[in-house]
Design a binder for this molecule. Structure first.
Ligand SMILES: C[S@@+](CC[C@H](N)C(=O)[O-])C[C@H]1O[C@@H](n2cnc3c(N)ncnc32)[C@H](O)[C@@H]1O
Ligand SMILES: [Zn+2]
Length: 420
């Protein structure tokens, strides 16, 4: 007879595949033992196992816990949560157990084994009374919560691939003011390796620039904005971040055609010159009457979008996330603190970033430390900050041409320092 952490008897469950118990945040769950599913070195264990489990996404889940707590603190009442692609249930269980103020929670997974494992994990964590697990298709779960009084305060769409197939029903399942989180792991499409796939899915053109990870988050946010607008919902992006192989966006949703129109006003294009690094933005849904000649060097500008040109981070929201992270003992606490501080700083920084290595490569110069470049820019009166999107990136309103001049100057100074 098995008892859970509240000393309640748990229905026995014997998966027909190797499993192990792991701890993450404040929960313990049963997950597939990934080593048992790797046959070739190239095998990606999380998707080889009968139930999806990816330990590498712990940091993503930690940030999700912090974001949900920040949201709950802001609205200051009990909130309902849905994770309709739950896998082992780990993420949803963490929400229910680690976030104060979480009430009704619905988890679902279409995979029978995942459903059984998530149900077991919910019981093991003593949450059976307010966490429901179903075996229904994600769109079905969301659509059946699309009527008033059934909707959720928070929906987390965390699929393998693109979140787009779930956007319509997710938007309909949101309460007024609710928070929607989206993970997109189809980075090859979003970063411009497969532009047609990106245009088909997200309705925007990607670009293989050095800041493609920021564009990826903006394409996801842009797609959400247009889908939400069809339902007369406005979008405010409060937080976004990149991971090794994904982009993640958090946005609050506001009811009303006016909010939808205002959000659509944040849609537009990025025009980029691959010759001289110049970039500019143009608001609107259509790129009419805009010169495609680079004003710096005359080359042809390439276009990304339509995508979200509005803010990607809300400083207040980041502040609360930072406070919450200090209250918890997270395995990646130090990394998270650094990341949140970087993100908070870039919340008011200019659009896109310059990757110093790429510029120095083009100029055939040795690469100075990013810190030195930022200091030099600030000394000249420019706003400049690092970015969590790239450890070699600098956000600044400086023109690409001026920055390249400065890099030349910096290298000369460093070289003469060495000679002396
Ligand atoms: C990336 S995994 C989820 C990982 C989980 N969110 C976590 O943090 O551990 C995606 C899950 O979605 C499930 N899934 C895929 N398509 C689905 C659908 N249409 N409806 C419901 N579940 C689905 C898969 O079985 C898989 O378990
Ligand atoms: Zn140019």
């Amino acid at each position: 007879m098995l008892r859970n952490n509240r000393n309640v008897i748990v229905e026995s469950f014997k998966p027909n595949f190797p499993t192990e118990i792991i701890s993450e945040g404040r929960v313990k769950v049963l997950v597939p033992e990934l080593n048992a599913f790797v046959e070739l070195p190239s095998d990606y264990a999380p998707s080889k196992a009968p139930v999806f489990y990816n330990p590498v996404m712990e940091l993503n889940r930690d940030l999700a816990v912090l974001a949900l707590q920040a949201y709950q603190r802001k609205i200051d009442r009990k909130i309902s949560v849905c994770e309709p692609l739950t896998g082992s249930g780990l993420r949803g269980i963490r929400f229910a157990l680690e976030v104060e103020g979480v009430g009704k929670t619905v988890l679902s997974d279409i995979n029978e084994q995942a459903f059984r494992l998530a149900s077991y994990n919910v019981q093991m964590n003593g949450l059976a009374r307010h966490v429901a697990v179903t075996k229904k298709e994600a769109n079905f779960v969301l659509s059946s919560h699309g009527s008033p009084h059934m909707r959720f305060d928070f929906v987390d769409i965390d699929p393998f691939g693109s979140p787009v197939p779930f956007l319509d029903s997710a938007v309909r399942a949101m309460r007024d003011g609710g928070l929607l989180a989206l993970t997109a792991t189809d980075m090859a499409s979003l970063c411009g390796v497969y532009p047609r796939a990106c245009m088909r899915k997200y309705g925007g053109k990607p670009l293989r620039t050095e800041y493609c990870h920021e564009l990826a988050a903006r394409l996801v946010a842009g797609c959400l904005t247009t889908v939400a607008a069809k339902h007369d919902l406005g979008v405010k992006v409060v937080f976004a971040h990149r991971g090794e192989h994904y982009a993640r966006v958090y946005a609050t949703m506001k009811y009303g055609a006016k909010s939808a129109d205002e959000s659509m006003g944040n849609m537009g294009f990025v025009l980029h010159c691959f010759k001289c690094f110049h970039r500019e933005t143009k608001k609107g849904l259509y790129l009419v009457e805009h010169s495609r000649d680079c004003r710096e060097c005359g080359s042809r500008l390439e276009v990304a979008g339509p995508l979200w040109l509005g803010k990607l981070f809300d400083s207040d929201f980041c502040d609360i996330m930072e406070q919450e992270s200090r209250k918890r003992r997270l395995k990646f606490g130090v990394r998270i603190a650094k990341m949140l501080s970087l993100i908070n700083n870039e919340s008011s920084a200019p659009f896109t970033y310059f990757v110093i290595d790429k510029m120095c490569d083009a100029l055939n110069l040795p690469v100075p430390p990013v810190k030195v470049v930022i200091e030099a820019l600030r000394k000249e009166g420019f706003q400049a900050s690092p970015t969590h999107f790239s450890s070699r990136g600098v956000r600044s309103e400086v023109s690409a041409g001026r920055l390249m001049e400065m890099l030349r100057g910096l290298t000369k100074t460093t070289a003469s320092d060495v000679e002396q």
